[in-house]
Design a protein around this ligand. Structure first.
Ligand code: ZN
Length: 277
């Protein structure tokens, strides 16, 4: 169905374009927390060489479901995505209702003028390099972004209060919405301290952990992350809630690096059953 130009609200609140990986553009988006339409939602990235709604918007890549991010290879574009500031992106979401909504337009420069964007890219590239190089700088992990919108859990929602009643619910993973999390995002590096062996053995004996166990770390300003998302250490499969995200430094309010605090998730949590691939 054609995209409606008039919508009561825009469920996609933000679109971010990242080129820090050579040869591809990664497009990420965030959803309004009041977006409750019937899932599945299908997201299609479109490009145009103008940001006007009347521009010739064309689909790139395949539609994706169950994720807030997708990568477009340069080779699939008419124009080289490379570092082309005149390329604009938007995301079209189609729900099962069905309804179609169009996101705000984003381009590679974001809200930055070009000279600052170039500086930002250089700083972000250095940050990512420092975190990922030879597994020395940081720990490789997997990011699960928590759902903040969608269909309220069909299994454990109390019909009277509309609150979710089961922290170990296999339908919402204790996260309110069906599915609980979006698809896992690989290769997200944090430089948090690993658990010491002593603590690990102690925790396993108890089968549970002190809720206040907090680990500090650092992550790059990209990918997007928020409180209640989950970071999984790839080597150990130990899982953490992202407890707090602070900007460590930024270029005109666009974060280059974050300071993060992580809370260990008890080993008997249902979250350890969420698939990572
Ligand atoms: Zn549930």
């Amino acid at each position: 169905m054609p995209a409606s130009p008039f919508v009561p609200y825009n469920p996609i609140t933000r679109v971010v374009v990242d080129y820090s990986m050579r040869g591809k553009a990664t497009i990420s988006w965030e959803l309004c927390p009041h977006f409750f339409e019937t899932e599945p939602w299908s997201f299609q990235v479109q490009v145009a060489d103008s940001q006007l709604p009347t521009a010739a918007w064309t689909n790139v890549g395949n539609p994706v479901v169950g994720t807030l991010t997708t990568s477009i290879q340069d080779t699939t574009l008419r124009l080289p995505a490379g570092k082309e500031p005149q390329l604009f992106y938007r995301v079209v979401v189609t729900t099962s209702t069905p309804n179609t909504y169009i996101s705000p337009v984003a381009n590679v420069l974001g809200d930055l003028p070009k000279f600052l964007w170039l500086k930002y890219q250089e700083l972000l590239r250095k940050e990512l390099l420092m975190l990922s190089r030879h597994h020395v700088g940081g720990n490789e992990g997997i990011l699960l972004r928590a759902k903040r919108s969608g269909q309220p859990c069909t299994a454990c929602t109390d019909p009277n209060t509309e609150e979710q009643t089961d922290a170990q619910c296999p339908t919402c993973f204790g996260q309110r919405f069906v599915g609980g999390y979006y698809q896992a995002q690989a290769k997200v590096y944090f430089d948090n301290q690993p658990l010491s062996r002593y603590q690990l053995l102690d925790l396993q004996n108890r089968g549970n952990v002190n809720d206040a166990t907090v680990f500090m770390g650092r992550s790059a300003g990209y990918p997007l992350l928020s409180t209640y998302d989950i970071w999984i250490d790839k080597t150990s499969d130990i899982r953490y809630f992202i407890h707090k995200v602070d900007t460590l430094y930024h270029v005109r309010m666009v974060p280059v690096a974050h300071q993060i605090s992580l809370k260990l998730i008890p080993f008997d949590s249902i979250i350890y059953l969420f698939p990572t691939s």
